[in-house]
Design a protein around this ligand. Structure first.
Ligand code: TXA
Ligand code: MG
Length: 328
């Protein structure tokens, strides 16, 4: 299959109506979209991404009127949910709610909950409104790989497997949406993201549910893996490469040159966590492409948006350990 890269929104809508899958920009990362109410279209997402069927997808809504067509909101949690929606939608907050019958099993991997959000990206929003129905859209990478923040990243992973990538420049946040579930009046963070625990705590008690405890099978510790092994090095000053080991550095404290590393990427010159998040996956992909033996990552401050970045770095280091153990 030939993959087109274009800005043609009408072509995207037409393909989606025909039950095809299309890569689209969102404000977080590029997504791979299909008609959420068409199980055959959704099955193509799993095939193309090589994603296990037990990993449920996020459902993107054209507008708020669609919320209660796909999800049930219990009266005890309604006020809190509406406050969160008023504050953060459209935007990078995904809510896990009870699902309605209309949502096919394949979308939720058999769970009785559905994850929903409304994207604030202008292009995504235009396309989903023209489509006039919910779109299932996970990140547009192959399973277990780094999420794409540019159309080129999508091509690197999926060229030849999908008909169209709608291009709209690099994504704004650069990391995936924050996922929360509301349980008995508490906000449980299932995945950290651009909306921070600090921001959410204004609305209620926040509980961060660690990967091991999570009911979402997609929260595997080895997500976001570059091919190159990655190590988070706390005491970066005393790090020494092994003889002949070629290392690259993903830095938080900006530096120009360091002979221990053949390449350096500074996440943010001015130590701005938003800039660091937006650069994170692009730099990881760039360093991964250099064919070094090890990517050394310097920790960022583990709070606010930094906690979401650290979460990705920990998983990346986990994933690359797994990859090293895998044969071939
Ligand atoms: O920013 C984002 O969220 C991007 C853009 C494209 O919207 N999407 C994204 O999707 O990151 P994906 O599939 O890569 O990650 C979705 C995560 C998975 O870890 C999955 O397990 C979790 O959402 N998830 C989906 N449905 C769920 C549910 N019913 N309960 C708990 N977790 C769920
Ligand atoms: Mg993903």
């Amino acid at each position: 299959m030939k993959t087109e890269v274009s800005t043609d929104r009408a072509a995207a809508v037409e393909l989606l109506r025909k039950g095809e899958i299309v890569a689209l920009p969102t404000e977080t990362v590029y997504g791979l979209a299909a008609d959420a109410l068409n199980p055959i279209a959704v099955a193509k997402i799993f095939e193309v991404k090589e994603r296990p069927r037990f990993d449920p997808l996020i459902v993107h809504l054209p507008d708020r009127a669609w919320l209660e067509r796909v999800a049930k909101i219990c009266s005890a949690d309604r006020q809190l949910i509406e406050e969160l929606i008023d504050r953060f939608w459209p935007g990078p907050l995904t809510l896990v709610l009870s699902k309605r019958e209309i949502v096919p099993e394949i979308v939720t991997a058999g769970l009785d909950t559905v994850a929903v959000r409304i994207s604030s990206h202008r292009v995504f929003s235009e396309i989903i409104r023209a489509f006039a129905g919910p779109l299932a859209a996970p990140s547009a990478n192959r399973f277990g790989r780094i999420s794409p923040t540019t159309a080129q990243h999508v091509m690197d992973d999926l060229n030849g497997r999908i008909p169209l990538v709608v291009a709209a420049g690099p994504t704004m946040h650069g990391i995936e949406s924050t996922i929360v579930a509301i349980r008995t009046g508490k906000i449980e963070i299932l995945r950290r993201g651009p909306i921070t625990a600090e921001q959410l705590s204004i609305f209620g008690k926040v509980n961060i549910v660690t990967a091991e405890k999570v009911s979402a099978p997609g929260q595997l510790p080895s997500h976001y893996a570059p091919k190159t092994p990655l190590r988070l090095v706390e005491d970066f000053d005393s790090f020494l490469p092994k003889p002949n080991q070629r290392c690259a550095l993903l830095a938080w404290n900006a530096i120009e040159n360091d002979e221990r590393f053949i390449a350096i990427r500074n996440l943010s010159g001015g130590k701005d966590l938003r800039e660091a998040a937006a650069n994170l996956f692009r730099y990881l992909r760039e360093l991964d492409g250099l064919d070094v033996d090890l990517i050394v990552a310097e920790p960022v401050p583990d709070q606010g948006l930094g906690a979401a970045i650290m979460d990705r770095l920990r998983r990346a280091s986990q994933g690359s350990l797994d990859a090293r153990d895998r044969p071939g």
